[in-house]
Design a protein around this ligand. Structure first.
Ligand SMILES: Cc1cc2nc3c(=O)[nH]c(=O)nc-3n(C[C@H](O)[C@H](O)[C@H](O)COP(=O)(O)O)c2cc1C
Length: 161
């Protein structure tokens, strides 16, 4: 497995995938590790859906998730209470980043989409009321984009006495 610092820097958002399948048991293993993410009060607010071909075609994503061999939806509880809602989102994002890094360590990339904010997409996926969803494509990259430079943290760091 790659060095953690290299891994964090090397991971890229992948837009196009080869047709090489990703083993479901590998994805489950990475998810089972990813869930060791920090989460407030051990709420573990996430659930995962493997999206089959029938449902995937209903989602009608404009780029068909870059032809990813696997489409996955991550659902989390989003209660009325703003603190709980944000903490669930943050916990789920931490879990997803863990997953992205674990997948990347095995040569597998993830395409994030924003379609999950749409009510019609939630309906197709059967996302219950009071929940949110992130839909991603998972697969072996067709191409790996170059790194987008980041603003050094020293330019975003301040100190308090
Ligand atoms: C919450 C979230 C939503 C995103 N939605 C999209 C999206 O709808 N389409 C897309 O092409 N990339 C999306 N991205 C990926 C970002 O564009 C990408 O992470 C960013 O450009 C940095 O590139 P890198 O991940 O390769 O370092 C999303 C990322 C996040 C965290």
């Amino acid at each position: 497995m790659a060095d953690i610092q290299e891994l964090v820097k090397a991971r890229r958002h992948i837009k196009e995938f080869t047709d090489r399948p990703v083993a479901e048991e590998d994805v489950i293993e990475w998810l089972n590790t990813a869930i060791y993410a920090p989460n407030h009060r051990m709420t573990q607010p996430w659930e995962v859906i493997f999206v089959g071909p029938e449902t995937r075609s209903k989602l009608n994503h404009p780029a068909d998730f870059g032809h990813a061999p696997l489409v996955m939806a991550i659902v989390w509880k989003a209660p009325e209470n703003a603190i709980e809602r944000d903490e669930n989102l943050i916990s789920t994002a931490a879990m997803m980043q863990n997953f992205c890094l674990l997948a990347w360590a095995h040569g597998v990339g993830v395409r994030w989409t924003s379609i999950g904010w749409r009510q019609d997409i939630k309906d197709i996926l059967g996302v219950p009321e009071g929940h949110e969803v992130l839909v991603v494509g998972v697969g072996y990259p067709e191409t790996i984009p170059s790194v987008k430079p980041r603003t050094p943290i020293t330019e975003k760091l301040r100190r308090l006495p």
